[in-house]
Design a protein around this ligand. Structure first.
Ligand SMILES: Cc1cc2nc3c(=O)[nH]c(=O)nc-3n(C[C@H](O)[C@H](O)[C@H](O)COP(=O)(O)OP(=O)(O)OC[C@H]3O[C@@H](n4cnc5c(N)ncnc54)[C@H](O)[C@@H]3O)c2cc1C
Length: 497
């Protein structure tokens, strides 16, 4: 209901020979929240942080201060976890702005699915601790069962209460103001009620427009790949690899189980396929969406989606194997016919690396083992074996069939990251340094999901909140330090005279 609404930017990927083949015009929808709280206002609410070694890997790539030990306190800082008794308390906190909790009601099918995963040998674990492989009832970014977006959690409590916070709603930022000679960022330009307005920064500019629009805004401001900026007639201030390194968590529509009674979606599992070489890191996540089986099969392009249509009745479960560590990399480019307001060109490049397709197919096959569990039998949950139109020429259930489904009915759980990659100065593919400052530009930071050098093996909202917590400490450290130095200098001068 929230996707493709007025609070969605309404983006879609560019057609590709590898993915989204049976979708409308060969494009997959890539929803992004166009609203206070951004995508956290339209997301599925799942609170998962990623694997500890994901962050160690960031640090290993030259991002000092981003190891799991470094980031864990920031996850805990923002968290107000309402169910400490049911999780591993070492990894969790209370008293932060972001409430995290289990749904107050879990229906019997949800519990049944978790039990079915257990039958397959998966341990019940707190997936936000050191152990991720296993199953769990999900925790969510909700408060008393209601959505708590980052706007609700962090901004609403202080809005109109702090003198140093001014929110300008319904504003479209068109560029960051950067002095081309000094390369100092000094403000932003934005369109509000048809008028171009400028906001001038006293200290620095923070860009948090997300993984599609942060690279777009940098490029519009003269920071990006020189050739692409020139093609669009934009004056180059700094040649940087902006917009590259796009990664996402791909999934597929098409693995449908028919139900005999209702279900909900809050169970989760992380598993390993035979392709995963790391001993404790998952490469596939399983989530379940509710579907109406008849509608599902009569929609030729499968625009059907629980988030698109209100489901007053559902009689199916769609198992989603989600690829956690894609090797394919995409790119975001400006729309040359209208770089400022045109829909950016999203080349997701999904499945351009064959291993990604192999892993998804393997994930499907592991997921199908659920059908043989006592739990699924007990609930009468059966795989729907009608082939989908784009793949009906292939034997149902074969590897080729599932590969066809993946390429035809490609889907996403909307986790694009990486387009303003964090990395040290010597990394030519990096856009920001480990303090999130844009390389070669003064007084400009990017603080959002776009800075992830590599996508984490889990949902991306909690990691983005962590990045924001850490980013705010960088800002404080910079300016409070300068303030102290200035105070100290003033003192010395006073002393001198
Ligand atoms: C449908 C959907 C379901 C998801 N489900 C989950 C989930 O269950 N769990 C999970 O962990 N993650 C989920 N995610 C992903 C998660 O919500 C995002 O990773 C996270 O919100 C990213 O935060 P961000 O700050 O990088 O970008 P965003 O949240 O996209 O925020 C960017 C903000 O910048 C604004 N903006 C952009 N350009 C401009 C401009 N030019 N001028 C003014 N403002 C601008 C946008 O309107 C938006 O408010 C989901 C995402 C979607 C879309």
């Amino acid at each position: 209901m929230l996707q493709r609404s007025s609070i969605d930017w309404g983006y879609a990927t560019q057609p590709s020979p590898h993915s989204c083949l049976a979708r409308d015009q060969g494009r997959c929808n890539w929803a992004r929240g166009k609203v206070m709280g951004g995508s956290s206002t339209i997301n599925y609410l799942i609170y998962i942080r990623g694997h500890p070694r994901d962050y160690d890997e960031w640090e290993h790539k030259g991002n000092r201060g981003w190891s799991y030990d470094n980031v864990l306190p920031y996850f805990i800082k923002s968290e107000d976890n309402r169910n400490l008794e049911k999780i591993d308390t070492y990894y969790h906190g209370t008293g932060g702005y972001q409430t995290v909790e289990f749904f107050p009601y879990q229906d019997e099918n949800t519990i049944g699915i978790v039990k079915a995963y257990q039958e397959l040998g998966l341990e019940y674990v707190d997936q936000n601790s050191e152990k991720m492989i296993g199953t769990m009832l999900l925790q969510h970014t909700t408060r008393n069962g209601e959505r708590l977006s980052t706007n609700g959690a962090f901004i609403r409590p202080i809005r109109q209460k702090r003198e140093n916070l001014s929110v300008q709603p319904n504003s479209h930022v068109t560029k960051i103001l950067i002095d081309s000679k000094t390369k100092i960022a000094y403000g932003v330009e934005y369109l509000q009620k048809g008028k171009l307005v400028q906001a001038i920064a006293k200290k620095e500019v923070i860009l948090s427009a997300g993984s599609i629009n942060s690279p777009v805004l940098l490029m519009l401001s003269g920071v990006g790949p020189a050739d692409h900026l020139s093609e669009n007639g934009i004056r180059i201030i700094k040649d940087l690899a902006v917009g590259f390194n796009l990664q996402d968590h791909t999934t597929i529509d098409g693995v449908v189980f028919a139900l005999t009674n209702y279900s909900a979606t809050s169970s989760n599992a992380f598993v390993q396929t035979k392709y995963e070489k790391e001993y404790d890191r998952p490469d596939i996540q399983f989530s379940m969406d509710t579907v109406n089986v008849a509608d599902f099969y009569t929609d030729p392009i499968l625009t059907y989606n629980t988030a698109l249509l209100p489901l007053s009745y559902y009689d199916g479960l769609m198992l989603r194997p989600i690829l956690l560590n894609p090797e394919s990399r995409g790119r975001v480019l400006l729309n040359s016919s209208d770089p400022t307001f045109g829909t950016p060109l999203i080349y997701a490049n999904t499945f351009t690396k064959e291993i990604d397709l192999l892993r998804i197919v393997e994930g499907v096959k592991q997921g199908l083992n659920l059908e043989a569990t006592h739990m699924f039998k007990h609930f009468g949950i059966r795989l729907a074996t009608t082939p989908l139109p784009a793949c009906e020429h292939i034997k149902f259930g074969s590897d080729e069939y599932w590969a066809c489904i993946a390429m035809a009915y490609t889907s996403t759980i909307f986790h694009p990251v990486g387009t303003c990659k964090m990395g040290p100065k010597h990394d030519e593919t990096a856009v920001v340094d480990p303090e999130l400052k844009v390389h070669g530009i003064k007084n400009l930071r990017v603080i959002d999901s776009s800075i992830m050098p590599k996508i984490v093996r889990g949902n991306t909202n909690a990691p983005t909140i962590m990045i924001a917590e850490k980013g705010s400490d960088f800002i404080k450290a910079t300016w409070l330090q300068k303030h102290h130095e200035q105070s100290a200098n003033t003192f010395q001068l006073t002393d001198f005279f």
